[in-house]
Design a protein around this ligand. Structure first.
Ligand SMILES: [Zn+2]
Length: 138
């Protein structure tokens, strides 16, 4: 769906939804795009406004998504800190001992280098890497 700002020859402008831009064109050809104020089919897309607004929408949408991701990471981190044991730099060692000793253990988290992580993965040990910002936020 696409929203257009339409402007009528009567001077009124209004917004309307169309399937896509081709949908608008085909309705327009059949004179089915009508002014909601006077019923005239002499309406056209108002070019300036939607261009400007779609641009700014895009920007704010992106910021919003980034913010959401950040919030999810913060929540994820809180969850991990609450439910998992922090083994810090011993992560690789602890992960191995859990895997090989079949210890039923609380999940762990900690630091590992990318090399250590790929070694663990090669050994069939399930690890996940998540972006972690060590600076406390807020
Ligand atoms: Zn009109």
């Amino acid at each position: 769906m696409i929203k257009y700002n339409l402007i009528c020859k009567c001077g009124k402008s209004f917004e309307s939804w169309f399937l896509n831009s081709a949908g608008f064109d085909s309705l327009k050809r059949k004179s089915l795009v009508k002014c909601i104020y006077c019923g005239s089919s002499s309406v056209k897309k108002s070019v300036m406004a939607p261009n400007l607004s779609s641009k700014s929408n895009k920007v704010s949408k992106k910021t919003k998504i980034e913010k959401n991701i950040k919030e999810q990471l913060v929540n994820f981190r809180k969850y991990i800190e609450k439910n998992y044991k922090n083994v810090g730099d011993n992560f690789t060692q602890e992960a191995r001992s859990i895997h090989y000793d079949k210890k039923t253990s609380k999940g762990i988290y900690g630091k590992a280098t990318p090399e250590e992580t790929s070694e663990l993965l090669e050994e069939g040990i399930e690890v996940a890497t998540i972006p972690w910002d060590d600076n406390k936020e807020n």
